[in-house]
Ligand binder design. Structure first.
Ligand code: FDA
Length: 394
């Protein structure tokens, strides 16, 4: 039997951070992962460049049944702390937009940095290792794993959520939580594209697949995001849509303002005065791509010279473009979702230490917890911060 101080299960963002930080405190740490590689999601993230944090990280960027839970960890390991480590390792990065920091080169720079920290601090990484059972003992925990029996004082669950099973995601963390008496809040896919099945709209999305509209205001359930949207073969995607998917419930209507920068009715009336002979379709073509203008006109409007449009008709045009209402059929689900909403109920976990309030020595960090960030580097910041918090106490 192998004896160690700390076992961390899951060598993703949170697990790696926790493992080397605890090892730096002098703890003997073993980091296990069933995958053949650590940090697969890090490598895939940010289109291969890893949006590793956000300059404007605030607790309000996170969804949770217990919104105060994330505050303590985020305050004790901030975006600036992570940026300091990135700079110390000489990883070049830049702000893309809205405070989102990306690697200049590749996401593997971030994974390389985390693995180097593990090595330098002496955290032992064991890949291709699955855990069959966990048992509580007098001094901690005993694990039966594919690498044999392992005993530890502290056990950290960092197995993430259910998104993208092909990258190693599993429900293992929820299973362990339940085993030790924890509640797991219902999970669902977040930061995920919407699917559309309504035939006319689906046909429009298909024809416009790959077209993005730069500045849209997407609203639902009292929440709004202003960013671009993207038409896909099966529905809608793009940052504003992905953000909204985390707030959307099946059956909810979403509203899209395709031109939030304009006071539409005033603008349309002004255009009618300035160039009365211009066709509505031509005018809309100046705002979007010609193809999109053609399809919108075909679906929504009768195109004729502006002077022939009554004010009531222009109001209808403004209404359509400014508050397009649609009910998505669903989402693309865990297959493509960036995150999993819900998870281990944070009311049963210490916000200071990430330790279970039910079973001493058991810790939960990262996405397995019911804490989900907005798009933009917030999910990694949560993984770093929660991993760091637990590492001080394991
Ligand atoms: P994570 O999923 O990273 O790690 C869990 C680990 O546990 C994995 O290595 C897995 O193999 C292992 N594991 C699972 N079950 C196990 C078992 N039974 N036994 C042993 N090991 C097990 N966020 C962000 O802030 N910026 C970004 O740019 C992106 N981009 C992005 C792109 C894509 C495609 C996805 C899918 C996700 C993102 N994210 C993101 C989200 C981000 O990747 C995610 O929130 C963090 O990786 C969560 O970190 P965790 O360590 O909690 O889980």
């Amino acid at each position: 039997m192998v004896q160690t101080d700390v076992v961390v299960i899951g060598a993703g963002a949170a697990g790696l951070m926790c493992a080397f930080t605890a090892a730096a405190r002098g703890r003997k740490v073993m980091l296990l992962d069933h995958a053949n590689k650590a940090g697969k999601k890090i490598l895939m993230s940010g289109g291969g460049r890893c949006n590793f944090t956000n300059l404007y990280t605030e607790p309000s960027n996170f969804l949770s049944g217990n919104p105060h839970f994330c505050k303590s960890a985020l305050a004790r390991y901030t975006q600036w702390d992570f940026i300091e480590m990135v700079s110390r390792h000489g990883v070049p990065y830049h702000e893309k937009k809205l405070g989102q920091l990306f690697c200049d080169n590749k996401a593997s720079d971030i994974l390389g940095m985390l693995l180097e920290e593990c090595q330098q601090n002496g955290a032992e990484l064991r890949l291709n290792t699955s855990v069959q059972s966990i048992e509580r003992t007098e001094h901690g925990y005993r694990l039966q794993s594919s690498a044999g029996e392992i005993a530890c004082q502290s056990l950290v669950i960092a197995t993430g959520g259910l998104s993208i099973p092909t990258l190693g995601a599993s429900g293992f963390g929820y299973q362990v939580a339940r085993q030790f008496g924890h509640s797991v809040l219902p999970t669902r896919a977040g930061l995920v594209p919407f699917t559309i099945t309504e035939p006319q709209l689906k046909a429009m999305c298909e024809s416009l697949s790959g077209t993005s509209v730069e500045d849209c205001l997407v609203s639902c359930n009292g929440v709004s995001f202003r960013e671009n949207i993207l038409f896909t073969h099966r529905g809608l995607s793009g940052p504003a849509i992905l953000q909204m998917s985390s707030y959307w419930q099946p059956g909810d209507t979403i509203e899209i303002n395709l031109l939030p920068q304009l006071n539409l009715i005033e603008w349309l009336q002004a255009q009618r005065n300035e160039r009365p002979n211009t066709e509505l379709k031509t005018l809309i073509g100046e705002l979007f791509t010609r193809k999109m203008a053609g399809l919108l006109t075909e679906h929504w409007f009768v195109s004729k010279p502006l002077k022939q449009h009554s004010t009531a008709e222009l109001e209808e045009v403004a209404q359509k473009l400014g508050s397009w209402q649609l009910v998505p059929a669903g989402t693309e689900g865990y297959r493509t979702a960036e995150v999993t909403l819900g998870g281990v109920d944070t009311r049963e976990v210490s916000s200071k230490t990430m330790e279970s309030l039910k079973t001493p020595g058991l810790y939960f960090i990262g996405e397995v917890l019911d804490v989900t960030g907005h798009l933009g580097g917030f999910n990694f910041q949560w993984a770093w911060a929660s991993g760091y918090a637990a590492a001080q106490y394991v």
